[in-house]
Design a protein. Sequence first.
Length: 118
Amino acid sequence: MQDPLSQTFSALADPTRRAMLARLSLGEANVSDLAEPFLDEMSLPAITKHLQVLEKAGLITKTRKAQWRSCKINGQGLKDAAGWMEQYRGFWEESFDRLEAYLKTVTAKNPPEGDENA
């Protein structure tokens, strides 16, 4: 069994599931509405599997009222993934700062051709 964070990233690895989440970020939708953009490319059972992966990862919740099957986004799963990535923000910011400083020194030593200010 995978840990919740691994399930989240595994679910987010697929572009179809990311597109479904993007649609759900606009508000609740039924399964038919979520399936519609993909019906030319895949079967309804395949779409259902994608929704099951999202639900198992805790990224969506599904409800059923009579024949109506509704899905909505569950922000907590995305919040957990964002929190995990946040711990690496400092590393990337420092890396970009070092790259910027390096590029400034290289540019100062070797101005672009045709630069009249150099």
